[in-house]
Design a protein around this ligand. Structure first.
Ligand SMILES: NC(=O)c1ccc[n+]([C@@H]2O[C@H](COP(=O)([O-])OP(=O)(O)OC[C@H]3O[C@@H](n4cnc5c(N)ncnc54)[C@H](OP(=O)(O)O)[C@@H]3O)[C@@H](O)[C@H]2O)c1
Length: 511
């Protein structure tokens, strides 16, 4: 039998270690003409026959789900069919049972199946906490039999840890991982080692830049296809074209030694990370396929010298800052459009500012906790350029405690809530000048400090950490913050005119 890709377990799914990625369908269709579904399904069929029988798509990958559905229909009577992994990327907003069910049902309808093999959630802004609701609703739909396994995509280690500590049922996280973008080898791999979550790596070929085709070639000014446009941004962030060329030269040397291509070396290096279940390689179906070359990744192994040579080449590049998925949530957006305009009109606000009743010009936000009106306080208040954020706990919605018993995960949740409160009042994490942490069990100081450091390492506010004998409610940690947030002119909201935040807000009636 002809050689076929190695296989791996993702939850209970028996998947190919080389997954066929279909974002490229959206690129092929970007001028409005959709691919012929039967011809495209035929092209996918050739992948499946050759053992590349696991496909990755998403709600926004053009007609990819419909094409895959056309292929799956051909296997209706078969004992085993190709696997269809897809993503649901809803705009941040309430995630009720109905909304999540509709998102899943649309995927089922487009794929023409009774059950989705792997449904992966993407979330645009962790400041909006409904992503946890989405994961819990997906778990309920899995128990109902509509989904075989739940994954996430572009989650950083902190939020994946938070999701797991809150009881989410997650088997995989799909992230960018390559010789250029090595973030996934950090805290995320360590978390996967501890929890068994598997990584699905994309961008491993940098949209094709990690191949002989670009060795010793001048850099393209503005790549025409979305995938290369995206990874050109990654290359620029990683030290630019000379850094890529140094890595390509090392990979070529290693490839020559083993009689394989640069793409094979790039793929092998990622596959060798124990957290990585599989690589997703983008396919411009109907245009080109690289199956024969990509199969060679299973014919050789990198040795210590090869790895050392790559490590040496990495020194010519810069580490992509932050953790996995940051490119979707904060500048510099290393996405195809360089911002979120392909996907979202604008990032929605989690909380809305409103006038504080006591003084004209003073603003407040509520986070919806049942205690705010009862006890008479705000989540945060803005007075001139100062923002005061109340002691904040990991309370989800009106009264649910998130991630019980896990102070580190609760801290991640709390800091998102603080960031959302600041944003509603025209401030940002960068404006924070003081935080105070109250910790119930001092034994958890390390995880709390690390979660605080992840957010504040470049802000460095004054900080106090206190062990509290007890906190009100079943919480491990409570955090308050103060920020000084002048607008871009240096004026306070009251002085600036017009101020977009205050504009439209009627001053409170004073009698
Ligand atoms: N979750 C997310 O946010 C996310 C984001 C991006 C991608 N993805 C997934 O990951 C998939 C991978 O796509 P990607 O955009 O990251 O691109 P990629 O896999 O890094 O690059 C794909 C391109 O590499 C070239 N290529 C493939 N095999 C080759 C070989 N052996 N030698 C030389 N060149 C080769 C092909 O270019 P040519 O056809 O031009 O030769 C192909 O279009 C997507 O389709 C999607 O499923 C997910």
């Amino acid at each position: 039998m002809a050689k076929r890709p190695d296989r791996t377990k993702i939850g209970d799914l028996d998947a190919s270690r080389l997954i066929c990625g279909l974002w490229q369908v959206a690129d092929l269709e970007k001028n409005g003409a959709t691919l012929d579904a039967d011809a495209a399904a035929g092209a996918l069929g050739a992948y499946a026959e050759a053992g590349f029988d696991t496909f990755d798509m998403a709600d926004h990958y053009g007609s990819a789900e419909l094409i895959a559905g056309r292929l799956l229909a051909r296997y209706r009577e078969a004992e085993k069919r190709p696997l269809a992994f897809t993503k649901w990327c809803p705009p941040p907003g309430p995630m009720t049972r109905d909304i999540v069910r509709r998102g899943v049902q649309e995927r089922l309808d487009r794929l023409g199946v009774d059950r989705i093999d792997l449904l992966q959630l993407h979330w645009w802004s962790f400041e909006h906490p409904a992503w946890l609701d989405a994961l819990h609703e997906l778990k309920a739909l899995k128990q109902e039999g509509l989904v075989k396994a739940i994954g996430v995509t572009n989650f950083d280690a902190a939020h994946l840890a938070l999701a797991l500590a809150d009881g989410a049922d997650i088997v995989s996280n799909q992230i960018s991982f390559s010789l250029i973008d090595r973030r996934a080898a950090g805290p995320l791999s360590e978390l996967c080692r501890r929890t068994g979550v598997r990584l699905l790596a994309y961008g491993t070929l940098g949209g094709g830049f990690l191949s002989e085709a670009w060795l010793d070639k001048p850099q393209p000014e503005s790549p025409a296809d979305w995938s290369r446009a995206k990874y050109k941004r990654f290359i620029d962030a990683a030290g630019g074209w000379p850094a890529l060329q140094t890595i390509l030269a090392a990979a070529q040397k290693i490839g020559r030694k083993h009689g394989v291509s640069i793409a094979n070396v790039a793929t092998r290096w990622v596959l060798d990370h124990t957290a990585v279940a599989a690589i997703i390689i983008g396919a411009r179906i109907t245009e080109r396929e690289h199956r024969a070359d990509n199969l060679a990744v299973f014919d050789f192994a990198l040795d210590g010298d090869d790895r050392a040579l790559l490590e040496e080449a990495f020194r010519a590049s810069k580490a992509i800052p932050g953790d996995c998925g940051d490119e979707y949530r904060q500048p510099p957006y290393l996405t195809a459009s360089g911002d979120l305009s392909h996907h979202l009109g604008e990032a929605p606000r989690t909380y809305q500012a409103e006038p504080a009743p006591s003084r004209p010009g003073r603003l407040r936000v509520s986070s919806g906790s049942q205690w705010e009106p009862v006890a008479g306080y705000s989540r945060a208040v803005r007075v001139k350029d100062r923002i005061f954020v109340s002691g904040t706990t990991a309370t989800h919605g009106a009264d649910r405690v998130v991630a019980p018993g896990d102070a580190g995960a609760q801290t991640t949740y709390i800091l998102d809530k603080i960031a959302a409160s600041l944003a509603a009042l025209g401030g940002a994490i960068e404006d924070v000048v003081r935080t105070r942490i109250y910790l119930r069990d001092i034994g958890q100081w390390d995880s709390v400090s690390r979660a605080h450091g992840r957010v504040f390492a470049n802000v460095l506010p004054a900080n106090t950490l206190v062990q509290a004998g007890a906190l009100v409610g079943d919480y491990e940690v409570e955090i308050e913050a103060e920020a000084i947030a002048p607008d871009e002119t240096g004026k306070t909201p009251e002085e600036a005119s017009p101020n977009p935040l205050v504009a439209g807000l009627a001053p409170p009636a004073i009698s």
